[in-house]
Design a protein around this ligand. Structure first.
Ligand code: NDP
Ligand code: GDR
Length: 357
């Protein structure tokens, strides 16, 4: 027995938003947790600082391993060393817009990286004992075929990221069917939190609203304000991942709230929560978008943030997860926006102003 729960988990992408929440959850359940982190020229463990444990102290339950999804030998070695009961494959080049700039790397990490990890399990002879979770995505639906989107909705990827994740989805299904592996896809709709990466739209908005309210930024530049997303809270979604792994039979599940919101509404809420209500004034996409009542423009559309192909509308149907896993989202998107703005206001208030006394 390695820990109270007797279970050992390996989490790739542990330094990301979901990795941090999942590591917390698993440690709370008594797991021994092994995370894979990339080598970086500066610290990339900010999100897991509170659970980091000094490796020189005995009886650790949280361990970090250097690794990369583009390096097979390294993945094989980690899987061999850790012999995990559960692997959560959360690592990815996860930014859709960036995937148009780095399509080959995105395919290597997100598509072939998933294959490498599945093969590592087989090479180590663990295919009958190690359970595998793949971080699949609502981006697979891409061009709208039907709404709400469910496990049976056809896929139509609209970015190199989504195309890479499509391969990862199917190779996970294939290894389940070909080798009888306990391998499941969580098809997760957008989920956000105060730990969300700063370049995803919700966090970009909440950080800017806080910075503008505190007089530290003049204006926020955004891309397509007409996109609609089904936004939930990341903390609740990692619980769903864990629930999938506890099922006797592996399967694929959508996790979503069932409610969709325009990017433009999220902007309005965030500025409201930051104490500077804004009025939408733009007519077309290229217009300056939001201004304060004194006429000062605070948000402007910059076409550089438009994507070559866009996903216009996502709204998920979480019925299967509710009925089979008992999973339900809790935090309404309006509350999520408020939580994120409050967290960013606090971070910025605590930050010294650069160059100030
Ligand atoms: P993040 O971008 O916050 O985290 C991604 C993680 O992957 C980071 O730890 C990052 O390391 C790591 N990583 C990136 N490339 C590599 C690589 N080549 N080798 C090893 N590690 C790598 O993503 P999220 O936490 O938001 O998402 C987790 C997963 O879920 C991703 O696969 C994402 O595509 C998927 N997903 C996310 C959704 C969301 O709304 N958040 C919805 C559906 C799916 P570093 O910290 O060093 O950058
Ligand atoms: P998404 O998230 O592409 O859905 O992928 P993102 O927050 O980047 O974009 C959501 C929508 O907002 C529009 N948008 C902008 N997006 C960004 N990043 N920056 C902007 O300035 C901006 N202006 C408008 C986008 O065009 C888009 O329509 C996320 C990631 O977490 C993926 O890894 C995950 O698979 C999916 O969610 C589900």
């Amino acid at each position: 027995m390695t820990s109270e729960s007797g279970k050992r988990a390996l989490v790739t992408g542990v330094t990301g938003q979901d990795g941090a929440y999942l590591a917390h959850l698993l440690l709370g359940k008594g797991y021994e947790v092994h995370g894979v982190k990339r080598r970086s020229s500066s610290f990339n463990t900010g999100r897991i600082e509170d659970i980091y444990q000094d490796p020189h102290v005995d009886n650790q339950r949280f361990h970090l391993h250097y690794g990369d999804l583009t390096d097979s030998t390294n993945l094989i070695r980690i899987v061999q060393e850790v012999k995990p009961d559960e692997i959560y494959n959360l690592a990815a080049q996860s930014h859709v817009a960036v995937s148009f700039e780095t399509p080959e790397y995105t395919a290597n990490a997100d598509a072939i990286g998933t294959l490498r990890l599945l093969e590592a399990i087989r090479i180590c002879g663990l295919e009958n004992s190690t359970r595998f979770y793949q971080a699949s995505t609502s981006e697979l639906y891409g061009l709208v075929q039907e709404v709400p989107q469910s496990e049976t909705t056809p896929f139509y990827p609209r970015s190199p990221y989504a195309a890479a994740k499509l391969y990862a989805y199917w190779i996970t299904v294939n290894y389940r069917e070909a080798y009888g592996m306990h391998a499941s896809n969580g098809i997760l709709f957008n989920h956000e939190s105060p730990l969300r990466g700063e370049t995803f739209v919700t966090r970009k908005i909440t950080r800017a609203a806080a910075a503008i309210a505190l007089g530290r930024q003049e204006r926020l530049y955004l891309g397509n304000l007409d996109a609609q997303r089904d936004w939930g809270h990341a903390r609740e979604y990692v619980r769903g991942m864990w629930m999938m792994m506890q099922q006797d039979v592996p399967d694929d599940y959508v996790l979503a709230t069932g409610q969709t919101t325009h990017v433009r509404d999220f902007v309005q809420w965030a500025f409201e929560d930051a104490g500077i209500p804004v009025v939408f004034r733009g007519e077309g996409l290229d217009e300056k978008a939001y201004a304060k009542d004194d006429g000062r423009v605070l948000v402007e559309v910059d076409p550089r943030y438009f994507r070559p192909t866009e996903v216009d509308l996502l709204i998920g149907d979480p019925k299967k997860a509710r009925e089979k896993l008992g999973w339900m989202h809790e935090t309404p998107v309006r509350d999520l926006a408020r939580e994120m703005v409050e967290a960013d206001m606090k971070i910025m208030q605590d930050e010294p102003i650069a160059g100030g006394d």
